[in-house]
Design a protein around this ligand. Structure first.
Ligand SMILES: [Zn+2]
Length: 347
């Protein structure tokens, strides 16, 4: 009897061994790799027998951004990926950033590229990549071209050839317009460059104090990525007209319900009073108004109910053989007298 057939599940090197480019961020490279093979990150990791939990984590900082318990798994992932695309593991380690997590944009907002870099790469037949420094909060212009970055959502990356080139050329013109309109100061640009250089390669700063500490803290705390004009806001923050950007920072750090938090989460809204949420006028304390006809109607209703209760009590007493109840179903007089007598000090 023939043995049961089972598929060969041994991992193999990838069909398209796409290698990371120089200065490319890890996520940018891995996105290109998964897109070329038309698989998700989880499927790729499963195929290469990489710890599946890693596919759900933010790997932009490599094992430096992970729990120590996952360091071995991260090293194994780097080894495995390097084997799959036939490169040295150090080439993958070079895609990671070693800065603090707070210096990075939240992962959903890491989508800024230099349109001119992409244009040139595309003309040369290369891929559109995101450089490591472009995923930093403080990053807003290309260090090669000095051009403000472009939100990738404005580019139809599924387009190819001349169509993509036309879109990229248009994006370059939009960035140039920001550059001409908002003129950053040379001192602010130099400060920004020093900080970006520090964040992407802090190894040169070992033993030295971080440069421009307050500037760094400001760009860690800012929430510009929530503004659709993030790049223009950052350009403004580095120009002589920095007050508009500063006003935005102050406004967004004001304690408000549903204010975005630094780590990208949204603060749970606290439900206020209904009249404040609906902007209705406050309720009056009492609806009482002297209406003599309503008073007569209320008296008539009470009297009718009293008579019904008296008749019911008399019938019940007759049925049970009890003495008939007093005529007053509500012995209010007696009760009121008793109550007034019970008031302390009134005796
Ligand atoms: Zn560029």
């Amino acid at each position: 009897m023939a043995g049961k057939w089972s598929p060969n599940l041994e991992p193999e090197t990838l069909a398209f061994p796409i290698k990371p480019r120089r200065h490319e961020a890890f996520d940018s490279w891995l996105s290109r790799l998964t897109a070329a093979h038309r698989v998700s990150r989880a499927q790729l990791f499963r195929h290469l027998e990489i710890a599946p939990g890693l596919s759900r984590l933010d790997l932009a900082r490599g094992k430096g951004g992970l729990d120590p318990a996952l360091h071995a798994a991260c090293d194994a992932m780097v080894e495995r990926l390097a084997w799959a695309v036939e490169i040295d593991p150090e080439q993958i380690n070079a895609t990671f950033l070693a800065c603090e997590a707070a210096a990075l944009l939240p992962s959903a907002h890491r989508r800024y590229v230099c349109a001119l870099c992409c244009y040139e790469a595309q003309r040369a037949g290369g891929p559109v990549i995101a450089r490591r420094e472009w995923i930093l909060r403080a990053s807003w212009r290309c260090s090669l071209h000095g051009l403000p970055l472009t939100d990738m959502r404005s580019l139809p990356l599924e387009a190819t050839g001349r169509q993509l080139q036309a879109f990229l050329a248009h994006a370059v013109m939009r960035s140039r317009r920001i550059q001409w309109k908002i003129k950053p100061t040379s001192a602010a640009l130099a400060r920004n460059k020093t900080v970006i250089d520090y964040l992407i390669g802090p190894s040169d700063w070992v033993g030295l104090a971080p440069p421009y500490q307050r500037y760094q803290e400001r760009f860690v705390a800012n929430q510009y990525h929530f503004a659709c004009e993030r790049i223009a806001m950052l350009a403004l923050a580095h120009s002589p007209r920095a007050k508009a950007a500063l006003r935005f920072e102050r406004m967004i750090t004001t304690r408000l319900a549903e204010r975005p938090l630094t780590e990208g989460r949204i603060e749970t809204p606290v439900r206020g009073a209904l009249r404040l949420r609906t902007c209705k006028l406050p309720k009056p304390r009492s609806k009482w108004a002297c209406d003599i006809f309503a008073l007569f109607a209320a008296y008539g209703t009470a009297r009718q109910r009293q008579e019904q209760e008296t008749a019911l009590a008399a019938e019940f007493a007759r049925y049970e053989g009890l003495p008939p109840p007093s005529q007053a179903a509500w012995p209010s007089r007696g009760l009121l007298d008793a109550a007034s007598r019970a008031v302390p000090g009134s005796a």
